[in-house]
Write a protein of this length. Structure first.
Length: 200
């Protein structure tokens, strides 16, 4: 499938929009389109904070949308597994969608474990340095495992899930995130307020 994709790229030419993203942000939306990329272990609060931030932005008249990992895998990326190669493709596709949404003038909040530094770097390259904001939710493994909102850690410890981040697969901690939030001690409200400051 990959060879077929590469072979057929010679027949594809990127077409420029007549309206630029600068025109969109100055016009109807009146906002600066960025992507906040929320990364951290399962149970660190990515979905909770992503949707809470989306609500806070909408309440202030901003156009925002969450690309949540589980939702993406229910549709666009439902054909992908959790091998390192498929994880990389999951992140690549999500980053491409976020880039397009930024081009449309929208604020995008991505909630993905995205455990590998190289994959996060590629996402930054796709979306663009000026628009990409990496937010590391630094709750510890013990905190996340105690929460275990979906029962995934229990299954991983029982050997029912292969390649589970933090248990049987690695998580590479961001070295220089744009923002770090210790969701093991900070409230949702405090975390959202810190993220909102990134838009000032």
């Amino acid at each position: 499938m990959e060879d077929h994709f590469i072979r057929n790229r010679v027949d594809v030419t990127r077409v420029a929009n007549l309206a630029t993203s600068d025109e969109r942000k100055r016009g109807v939306l009146n906002q600066i389109p960025v992507t906040l990329w929320l990364t951290g272990l399962s149970g660190a609060g990515k979905s909770t904070l992503g949707f809470s931030l989306e609500r806070a932005l909408l309440n202030t008249g901003k156009a925002a949308f969450v690309l949540d990992g589980d939702n993406i895998r229910c549709g666009l990326n439902r054909d992908l597994s959790f091998t390192p190669r498929d994880r990389a493709e999951n992140i690549r596709r999500t980053a491409e969608v976020a880039r397009l949404m930024n081009e449309a003038g929208l604020i995008v909040i991505v909630s993905l474990i995205s455990p590998y530094s190289e994959d996060r770097r590629r996402a930054r390259d796709i979306i663009g340095e000026q628009r990409f904001r990496e937010v590391y939710l630094s709750a510890t493994l013990s905190v996340c495992e105690a929460r275990d909102p979906k029962g995934l850690y229990r299954k991983a410890r029982a050997g029912e899930i292969e390649s589970f981040t933090g248990v049987s697969a690695p998580y590479q901690i961001p070295q220089k995130p744009d923002l770090e939030l210790n969701t093991g001690v900070m409230s949702v409200t405090d975390c959202v307020e810190r993220m909102l400051l990134m838009f000032n």
